[in-house]
Design a protein. Structure first.
Ligand code: B1M
Length: 232
């Protein structure tokens, strides 16, 4: 489109650029998202503000039109790719930390579910806060969590689910940990758009994390309590 081509991102005010980035994310324009991300950083924006105000908010808008049948899977995949391209620029900035390691987390999206943007974001923010993160990726059966627990001996097991059909699988993982007598050795955190606190309690998790910032706060808080409890 002629007028789209005429837009020079670097000439837009911050507010207009952020609004344009929401449009570009909607249209799945990866290069424009990369450019917009770099421009905002160049103007002194904090990486976290670029992430939340430009990228996450843009994806929220995509989600509404996906829900309402205005956008379809192929289009949303392009949006997701554009989002990931922006996140890739922010990642090293968000995880830059001189802080001593606070603990270790294994995190993955549960079986049947391929959504990974939120989980990746949680991983980035946790690394930024000084946690070591082992990312199991998507579509994880219980065996993957168990072998990662065995191999990495994390402090925290994190699970992500974005579908109402996959979130019950979190209970399968927690119940299996109980059967093996290892549930109480770990902090179990769960998150994802369709979850809530009641659900987390019902499946036996330690906490529900509404977003990546809450995941960090919760992990820090529960790690403090774990240390205060002392060795078993
Ligand atoms: Co899908 N999708 N999708 N999708 N998708 C949703 C989730 C949906 C709500 C859209 C809608 O209808 N409004 C809907 C689910 C409805 C439901 O279950 N009630 C849906 C559907 C139906 C589907 C398919 C079934 C569509 C189809 O095929 N017909 C299909 C399922 C595939 C599968 O998994 N088996 C599908 C596919 C896809 C794409 C592949 C196209 C793409 C995913 C690409 C990718 O992830 N690589 C996609 C996307 C992008 C979305 C939406 C639009 C955006 C999700 C996202 O990335 N949000 C989503 C709509 C929505 O959520 N509003 C939707 C941004 C992200 C930053 O937020 O993931 O919530 P979020 O993560 C947050 C918090 O939730 C929390 O912190 C994160 C950061 O702040 N959090 C955690 C998340 N995980 C955590 C783990 C923790 C802690 C906190 O552990 C400690």
């Amino acid at each position: 489109m002629a007028d789209e081509d005429d837009i020079v991102l670097s000439e837009l005010s911050d507010d207009d650029l952020v609004a344009q980035m929401h449009d570009d994310l909607y249209d799945g324009l990866k290069e424009e998202i990369q450019e917009g991300t770099n421009i905002l950083l160049g103007r002194g924006w904090q990486p976290y503000d670029v992430l939340t105000k430009a990228l996450v908010e843009g994806m929220r808008i995509v989600g509404i039109d996906f829900r309402d049948g205005i956008l379809f899977v192929p289009e949303v995949l392009l949006s997701a790719n554009a989002m990931k391209a922006g996140m890739a620029i922010l990642r090293p900035l968000l995880i830059e930390t001189g802080a001593p390691k606070l603990g270790k987390m294994v995190v993955g999206t549960v079986k049947g579910d391929i959504h990974d943007i939120g989980k990746n974001l949680v991983g980035m923010m946790m690394e930024g806060a000084g946690f070591e993160v082992i990312d199991l990726g998507i579509n994880n059966p219980v065996e993957n969590y168990l072998s990662a627990i065995d191999e990495h001996q994390p402090d925290i097991v994190g699970m992500s689910a974005l579908l109402t059909t996959t979130m019950p699988y979190m209970k399968v993982v927690i119940d299996t940990m109980k059967e093996k007598g290892i549930r109480d050795d770990y902090i179990v955190l769960v998150g994802g758009a369709p979850l809530n606190e009641e659900f987390a309690e019902a499946v036996g998790a330690d906490a529900y994390c509404r977003d990546a910032a809450v995941a960090v706060e919760t992990a820090q808080e529960l790690m403090k309590r774990k240390h205060n409890r002392g060795p078993a």
